[in-house]
Design a protein around this ligand. Structure first.
Ligand SMILES: *Cc1c(COP(=O)(O)O)cnc(C)c1O
Length: 376
């Protein structure tokens, strides 16, 4: 029997044809008209004006450039420790100091009561991470930010196509960062996007993705280059290429009819089958409004690693999302303790979830989970 994979890219003939069109038909592999088309189509999908979406070459770059656009070096950003290390590295690369906060154990989203205790005169922003596609209590996060005069930069890497109170993530709020890496809700191979209605953020991210060259984006979209230019702020080489945009455009077309319903249906089946199993706790995420990127569960009673080994032996690949960043040497090496985060981390197990799975695969995974608890 084949292994059930944790995650995988779902791409095929249509993406291949779109890439071939860029390589052979168009011949321009850098950032050009195809990237502009992808940005325009993403904006239309989100229901925001064209120009509010800026594509970059990774989700990490999106977080880095968005942060750099709103903070000054040394400013502190409140962020949950329980996130991919990309979030912390991007914050640090932008010159910000990531301040690790606790999560709420029911959702693994940021604990605002804990965040409030970590505010200092240098705090400039809060970065909620939409863990497993759940934006958490975004209204409370925006109220918190308004009370304390903070910017909100959402790490929405898991949350493409998700809604909060009927509105798509990216269609409201301050700044949102998406990832289109190979296994996210849509992929462009590698890639990401910053979305904002703030003209200064948009201008800064557009310039910073192209080495800080002022207004180079407009010239590249017109098929031109900048020879006479100025640079006033630090920049990077983070623009998206036409090759990646071609993949992303096809994926965006497949999202609503194919990827979103498939992910939701598989996650629903997981819940039906896992809910009766004692020894597991499911996250309190309402599947109506979201398209789940991950299927994490909490394994209670100190049995996570044993269950993981059992599933491995049954041909089921699992993951742990994530090792908390405050435990990593670069970010303090456990100098501070975050007891809730550390407890949840010890219980976390992500089960396979991607649109290439069949309902029978989910049943096989859940049977293996049930067998473990019955024989242990
Ligand atoms: C994937 C991810 C990122 C980074 O995105 P990349 O496109 O892989 O660079 C950032 N934050 C979170 C929570 C992610 O899952």
């Amino acid at each position: 029997m084949n292994n059930v994979r944790l995650a995988r890219s779902i791409v095929g003939e249509r993406e291949a044809a779109a890439v071939a069109q860029i390589l052979i038909g168009d011949g321009y592999l850098g950032m050009g008209a195809e990237v502009q088309r992808f940005e325009t189509e993403l904006a239309a999908f989100l229901g925001v004006p064209a120009g509010h979406v800026v594509c970059v070459n990774s989700g990490t770059a999106a977080v880095m450039l968005a942060t750099q656009a709103v903070v000054s070096p040394g400013d502190e950003v409140l962020v949950q420790s329980l996130t991919f290390v990309a979030t912390f590295q991007a914050l640090q690369a932008a010159g910000a100091v990531p301040v690790a906060c606790e999560v709420l154990p029911e959702t693994a989203t940021i604990d605002l009561a804990d965040a409030a205790r970590r505010i200092t005169p240098r705090t400039r922003a809060i970065m909620p991470v939409h863990y497993a596609s759940n934006p958490g209590d975004l209204d409370a996060i925006y109220r918190f930010a308004a009370e304390h005069g903070l910017r909100v930069i959402e790490d929405a890497a898991h949350a493409f196509g998700c809604t909060h109170r009927g509105r798509l993530i990216g269609s409201f709020g301050d700044v949102q960062c998406f990832s289109f890496d190979g296994i996210k809700n849509i992929t462009s191979g590698e890639g990401g996007a910053v979305v904002s209605a703030d003209p200064l953020v948009l201008e800064r991210v557009k310039d910073a993705r192209l080495l800080g060259i002022e207004r180079d984006t407009e010239r590249r979209f017109a098929g031109q280059r900048s020879w006479e230019f100025d640079v006033k702020r630090p920049g990077h080489r983070c623009h998206m290429s036409n090759v990646l945009a071609a993949i992303g455009r096809v994926q965006l077309q497949r999202f609503a009819g194919e990827f979103a319903p498939q992910r939701v249906a598989l996650a629903r089946r997981y819940r039906e089958l896992l809910a009766p199993i004692p020894g597991l706790a499911l996250f309190a995420t309402d599947l109506g409004p979201i398209v789940p990127h991950l299927q994490p569960v909490r394994v209670l009673g100190g049995r996570r690693d044993a269950l993981r080994a059992h599933l491995q032996a049954a041909g089921v690949e699992t993951g742990i999302h994530y090792k908390p960043n405050h435990l990593l040497t670069l970010f303090g090496g456990g100098r501070i303790s975050l007891p809730v985060t550390e407890q949840v981390y010890g219980e976390l197990l992500s089960l396979p979830l991607h649109p290439g799975l069949q309902p029978a695969d989910v049943e096989r995974v859940c049977t293996a989970v049930r067998d473990f608890f019955q024989s242990n």
